[in-house]
Design a protein around this ligand. Structure first.
Ligand code: FAD
Length: 459
């Protein structure tokens, strides 16, 4: 009887899962294993919203395996230690897993390989599971660089890559009786979760994509920036936890065709782009990607302003609306992310790492590659080819929330303000303005622009 372990990480699905497929083909029995990783908890990344979503994902994965005659084995502790124990306890000779991109994922892989080798067990790492195209597959020609630093040429080359056909889920799974599991976590046991957090799990992810493909994909190109329209796929937490496969999303979107599908595939490519940058430059998760010497303000210098930003009380309605959506849902519209990040980094001139940390504390899709590198993009320390662009929150509000619906939805203090004044309540006549329980702008935009320019000129 041959046994293989399949170690699930950021790929919590049964459809299109190359490690599961390879293990099932090569052995009689498999151990589908997930380790609740103590190191992730100690590093402060196991925040309530992601823990709750993860609990949904694990329950759903277990249910899917049970439908096929198997079950999920859940352990808690150090990943390599637990995998080693499970392999020893079940007599497994092979362990299959998906390749990750962060410094942590690389270190985990190395530790695992070393410890399993010592036990005579082989580790197989499968590519293009977490991303559509594996980092490093597409490289710039002639420049000698190991990754693309500019999106458009990357997108061109990425688009020419032939992706594998999405794999069907296994029909049946046999798990050895000797594989002992701890209990499954549950969302109900996680305190401090955002009230409107989305549901996790492969079933929920597939249903979301199927519905959105029918009703949202066609208009994606026109609607994706409309804050109130909320017309993006909301698949980001599912992509982060791997409950949907990026390869399958791209294949199905391309199959549907049209301008909406093309625009959507381009966004999925942005995700791969940031992953290949992080894989090549793991330190970009905390250090500036480009060496710049910005003299950012920190908690000590700008503590009150940072807190007002976190609480959605900056006095700029569209910024506050987006920050409150983040707290309520554990998710924020991309246009909102762009403008609140620009506000923190370029209007308040606060270190992007402070904003990125707050996002990671709340975002259900909080992801080292996508979050840190998007923050760097907005802060002008990353891959943006126009690092000095500043988004004006008033103009952004008028443009992407033209009738103020998004602001009125999230900032109830302004629900009764009519017309375009909802984006500039400080212009309302007294005593109407004074009656609103809403703060005056934290900083004048002209003052902040002057501060930003001066700081950049001095650099
Ligand atoms: P859709 O518009 O439906 O796009 C489909 C998918 O494409 C997304 O689910 C996502 O996986 C990918 N995608 C879209 N835009 C981007 C982008 N700019 N960069 C990378 N991938 C993208 N995304 C995360 O998944 N996790 C994060 O922690 C995260 N932090 C961000 C921080 C900032 C400051 C900014 C500006 C963006 C961040 N994004 C992050 C990217 C983007 O905002 C979200 O992926 C998107 O809003 C998710 O909504 P959706 O699934 O409806 O996206």
């Amino acid at each position: 009887m041959t046994v293989s372990v399949v170690l699930f990480t950021s790929d919590l699905r049964l459809h299109d899962h190359p490690p599961l497929r390879a293990a099932s083909a090569a052995s009689d029995e498999i151990v589908p294993l997930f380790v609740l990783d103590r190191r992730v908890e100690e590093a402060g990344f196991a925040v309530p919203n992601r823990r709750a979503f993860l609990a949904d994902c694990l329950r759903d994965l277990d249910a899917g395996l049970r439908e096929r005659g198997g079950r999920l084995v859940v352990r808690t502790g150090d990943v390599s230690e637990e995998v080693r124990r499970v392999a020893a306890g079940t007599g497994a000779r092979d362990v299959h897993m998906s390749g990750g991109v962060s410094a942590y994922a690389h270190a985990r892989e190395e530790r695992l390989r070393a410890e399993l080798d010592a036990q005579g067990v082989t580790l197989h790492v499968h590519d293009a599971v977490v991303t559509a195209v594996a980092p490093g597959t597409v490289r710039p020609t002639g420049s000698g660089s190991d990754h693309f630093a500019v999106f458009t040429p990357y997108f061109r080359r990425w688009s020419q890559e032939r992706l594998r056909d999405p794999l069907a889920p296994p029909r049946s799974v046999r798990v050895p009786d000797t594989a002992r599991s701890g209990g499954l976590p549950s969302r109900a046991g996680v305190p401090g979760v955002s009230p409107a957090l989305a549901e996790g799990g492969e079933k929920a992810g597939r249903a979301l994509f199927a519905a959105w493909r029918r009703s949202g994909l066609g208009s994606y190109e026109d609607m994706h920036d409309d804050l109130a329209g909320d017309a993006t796929s909301r698949l980001s937490p599912h992509l982060h936890f791997g409950t949907v496969s990026p390869v399958e999303l791209v294949a199905r979107a391309r199959g549907a065709g049209g301008a909406g599908a093309e625009a959507f595939v381009r966004q999925v490519c942005w995700r791969d782009f940031h992953h290949q940058v992080l894989a090549a430059r793991p330190a970009a998760s905390h250090d500036n990607y480009r060496t710049q010497h910005d003299d950012w303000r920190d908690e000590e210098e700008a503590g009150d302003e940072i807190e007002a930003w976190r609480q959605g009380r900056t006095g700029y309605p569209v910024v506050d609306a987006a920050m409150r959506q983040l707290r309520h849902e554990g998710w924020m519209h991309n246009r909102g992310r762009l403008l609140v990040a620009s506000f923190l980094a370029k209007t308040l001139y606060v270190d992007w790492r402070i904003g990125a940390r707050h996002f990671l504390d709340l975002l259900v899709d909080g992801d080292i590659a996508n979050n840190q590198l998007n923050w760097q993009w907005v802060a002008g320390t990353g891959t943006d080819s126009r690092p000095n662009r500043v988004l004006n929150p008033v103009r952004q509000g008028h443009r992407y929330d033209p009738d103020g619906t998004y602001v009125r939805r999230w900032v109830p203090e302004l629900a009764g303000v009519e017309g375009g004044a909802v984006h500039e309540p400080w212009k309302l006549p007294e005593p109407e303005r004074a009656r609103l329980d809403y703060p005056a702008p934290l900083i004048g935009l002209a003052d902040s622009l002057a501060r930003f320019k001066q700081a950049r000129d001095l650099r």
